[in-house]
Design a protein around this ligand. Structure first.
Ligand SMILES: [Zn+2]
Length: 254
């Protein structure tokens, strides 16, 4: 179901690849010329990160000039909406973890390392969404709230939405010392007997609860911790020494 293209050096959703009017993908951690293909300004100097972002956009869309919308992510449930005629935000938008737009030539970008990059697209109304949902985002249902914004502000029918969950912390590696007290009620059905939590299944359930159809939801089923050689992973990198960077999840209308 999923499509991890070694040649392209990114993960793309098979479901979303049916729509040539959009570009999307999640970046791998390395490129031949660049030792670290990091997308977050927290880890490298500005010029390097900006070049990495432009290089990745070029790979995805053939055009590096799309306007990038990204943010200081705070594991909140704050969603930024960008409409035709709005001023482009200067730099990283503060305190925001998801974006929705119907404007062409805009690249919505999240930065993650174990948190879930969630790609949303309604091919009927031509609206895209990009969500950063770590475990704290899962507890706050930022994915479901982003679908609600698409529905309420852009008249999207949730049953038209295609959703893809990119490389992220899998149930194999999401161990909590005491999930009963560390997580809320909503997460309990996804706690396994071994104290591991299936946040992928929780995201699928959150999408379905808003009316997204199961057959329109794709899971990459790539665990970033298990595949730390290919993806930035907060848990995996720290196990080997230090947190080194963030991968980009990008979606936009051409
Ligand atoms: Zn794993």
């Amino acid at each position: 179901m999923s499509n991890f293209s070694e040649k392209k050096g990114c993960w793309q959703s098979t479901l979303l690849n049916h729509f040539p009017e959009i570009f999307h993908g999640a970046s791998t951690r390395e490129r031949p010329r660049q030792q670290i293909f990091n997308m977050s300004y927290e880890f490298q100097e500005e010029a390097v990160v900006t070049r990495n972002r432009r290089d990745f956009l070029k790979e995805l869309s053939g055009d590096a000039s799309a306007h990038i919308i990204s943010s200081f992510q705070t594991h909140s449930d704050h969603i930024f909406v960008f409409r035709e005629g709005d001023d482009f935000p200067e730099g990283e938008i503060p305190d925001t973890d998801a974006f929705v737009t119907d404007v062409s030539g805009v690249a919505l970008m999240t930065k993650t390392a174990d948190c879930q990059p969630v790609f949303l697209y309604d091919p009927v109304k031509k609206v895209v969404g990009m969500v950063h949902s770590g475990w704290k985002g899962s507890l706050q249902n930022i994915i479901g709230k982003t679908v609600q914004v698409m529905r309420d502000e852009f008249a999207v029918e949730p049953s038209d939405i295609r959703a893809a969950i990119g490389p992220a912390l899998g149930p194999c590696c999401a161990e909590f010392s005491n999930p009963k007290t560390e997580l809320n009620e909503a997460a309990q059905p996804f706690v396994r007997p071994n104290r591991h939590v299936d946040f992928w299944a929780m995201s699928v359930a959150q999408l379905k609860a808003e009316g997204v159809q199961r057959e329109n939801i794709e899971l990459s089923e790539i665990c970033t911790v298990c595949s730390v050689d290919e993806w930035f992973s907060y848990r995996g990198d720290r196990r080997q020494g230090e947190d080194l960077g963030r991968l980009a999840g990008v979606i936009g209308l051409r």
